[in-house]
Write a protein that binds this ligand. Structure first.
Ligand code: PLP
Length: 397
């Protein structure tokens, strides 16, 4: 491919900056080392400590730490009893895992459209897609902004549906003053390195419901129980356990839990810095007629994970791809979140067609994910702004 042209003159910077990066410090290294030197590498005390910490952070009664958010979403669907013949409503503007978990259970994801100001799932579109087969809604706190939880809960209550939020982006976000994790029936987190806090790989499900908690715990570990009350007969002896359902090995290691406990100690700092950067970006880009700034609902006190620059194609002589390449030529290496899930061949084979969610499809044509992470310097932030301003002015129509 031809090297994209720099929009006049020299690039704004000569070293590359990427859209995301983890931040680890000495305390994190020590936390991992401590676990490595302990008696337990997995199923040990760090998992319990982490789960307590996640409950304290979110106000949820129960937390189940797992190996990834993908695993968290899968056991959430299993705990919800989702199976063949069921439908689950979700958004196309997400990572595929938010819908794949429904396919894992033999059920059908149904895609509702987004609100094209906040880019989150539109409760009215959710309502319009409810059928007698609908079992649950999986809403995604895209970029870290909380979905409209009250409206979604009301729809779910009216139709007897479970509300799951894929909160991979929103660890640290509050909705009407309540932390994400304590409001929906189940909330899932991701601790992949691009997310706000990391375990290397990892995830969790949060819930206030003891019955869901029990099922989540079972599905995390092969469907095995050691609780005599749940067994089909008297135990043969102290070694005895029973497999009472078909579960998986979705456990997180204590090594990962140790790292994540240490990372969570920095969450407030991480969130504050990300907010500073977002404010700086919003301030600069709201003055640019060639781009649009993501709107936020007042109910969401957002810990922002992604910053989305949305171009206005009618104000530019270039399209999103050319804008993206022009940023790369300035050494600003961006990304795009997300390709609508049902565009993928796996979904096309299942009969999903383009045109399902027009607002989501239009959004996809116009978005670029700019660099946003804790370790960015003020200079980095200014370079990103300078590059966007330069390209917008150069190609303005
Ligand atoms: C990252 C992400 C996932 C997947 O998380 P893993 O921990 O990598 O499995 C799912 N949904 C969304 C919205 C994500 O951003």
């Amino acid at each position: 491919m031809e090297k994209p042209a720099v929009a006049g003159g020299t690039p704004v910077r000569d070293t590359k900056i990427f859209y995301g990066h983890q931040y680890l410090d000495e305390a994190d290294y020590q936390a991992v080392l401590e676990v490595l030197k302990s008696d337990y590498l997995t199923c040990g005390p760090k998992i319990a400590e982490l789960e307590q910490k996640l409950c304290a952070l979110t106000g949820a009664k129960y937390a189940v730490a797992v190996s990834s958010d993908t695993a968290a979403l899968h056991i959430a669907c299993l705990a919800a009893g989702i199976g063949e013949g069921d439908e689950v409503i979700t958004t196309p503007i997400t990572f595929a895992a938010s819908a794949n978990c429904v396919l894992y259970c033999g059920a059908r994801p149904v895609f509702a459209d987004i609100d094209d100001r906040t880019y989150n799932i539109d409760p009215e579109s959710v309502r319009a897609h409810v059928t007698p087969r609908t079992k649950a809604v999986i809403a995604v706190d895209y970029t870290g902004q909380s979905v409209r939880l009250d409206e979604l809960r009301e729809i779910c209550r009216a139709h007897g549906l479970l509300l799951i939020t894929d909160s991979a982006h929103s660890c640290g976000t509050k909705y009407k003053g309540r932390p994400v994790g304590s409001v929906a029936d189940m909330t899932t987190f991701s601790f992949h390195p691009v997310k706000t806090v990391t375990a290397g790989e990892g995830g969790a499900v949060l819930t206030n419901d003891p019955a869901l908690y029990e099922r989540l715990s079972l599905f995390r570990t092969h469907g095995i129980t050691r609780d005599p009350k749940r067994m089909s007969r008297e135990p043969d002896g102290p070694w005895y356990y029973e497999m009472v359902d078909l579960g998986y090995n979705y456990r997180m290691t204590d090594i990962q839990a140790g790292l994540l406990i240490s990372q969570l100690d920095k969450l407030d700092r991480f969130v504050r810095r990300r907010r500073e950067i977002v404010n700086r970006y919003d301030d600069a880009f709201s003055r640019l007629p060639q781009v649009r700034v993501q709107e936020e609902i007042p109910e969401s006190d957002t810990a922002r994970h992604l910053y989305i620059l949305r171009i206005r194609p009618e104000r530019l002589s270039i399209d999103r791809r050319q804008f993206f390449e022009a940023l790369a030529a300035e050494n600003i290496c961006c990304n795009v979140h997300y390709i609508p899930v049902y565009y993928f061949p796996q979904y096309q084979r299942l009969g999903y067609r383009r045109g399902l969610c027009p607002k989501a499809e239009k959004l996809y044509e116009e978005i670029i994910t700019l660099p946003l992470y804790y370790g960015m310097s003020d200079r980095d932030v200014e370079d990103v702004i300078a590059a966007v301003e330069k390209i917008a002015a150069y190609y303005a129509v």
